[in-house]
Design a protein around this ligand. Structure first.
Ligand code: FEO
Length: 162
């Protein structure tokens, strides 16, 4: 496997794994602060991020590279409020999108078209993830801060249908 691409894919293992831990920390905060619906959304999101990390691990190994399992930095444990938390999710997803775009760019300049093809799935997934977080933020902005409970319930229903 092209060394530069292997390094970037290994870096992405850490980023996807950190995303999983970050959403786990957020889920736990939401659960402890009376938002079972948002907690359930975030727990599922954490599982999805773990799957993204696994996709990179298995892809690197399949191509004859060596997947590195990194240490992860500790995610924050406290958040100001639920709106702030989702703004952080969006900011983080934008960072991940930029990171995937950067690897994609590198695959084109290194002519590693198989990895470009592998990354297509992530490019589409990022569009979907950013849109769904935007949607939650829009809804949160429409709700009075002291009555978010109906939205929490709605999110719970949405998640269980997925
Ligand atoms: Fe796997 Fe949400 O980035």
């Amino acid at each position: 496997m092209n060394k530069k691409i292997e390094e970037l894919c290994n870096r992405q293992i850490e980023r996807e794994g950190y995303s999983s831990n970050l959403y786990l920390a957020m889920a736990s905060w939401a659960e402890n602060n009376g938002y079972p619906g948002f907690a359930s959304w975030l727990y599922s999101q954490s599982e999805e991020e773990k799957e993204h990390m696994l996709k990179f691990i298995r892809y690197i190994n399949e191509r004859g590279g060596k997947a590195q399992i990194p240490a992860f930095k500790k995610p924050p444990a406290d958040f100001k409020n639920i709106k702030d938390l989702f703004n952080e999710v969006l900011k983080h997803e934008k960072f991940i999108t930029a990171s995937i775009n950067e690897i994609f760019d590198a695959t084109l300049s290194e002519k590693d078209y198989s990895t470009s093809n592998f990354l297509q799935w992530f490019l589409a997934e990022q569009v979907e993830e950013e849109a769904s977080v935007h949607n939650i933020i829009d809804k949160l902005n429409m709700m009075p801060a002291n009555n978010i409970y109906p939205l929490d319930k709605e999110i719970m229903t949405l998640r269980s249908k997925k």
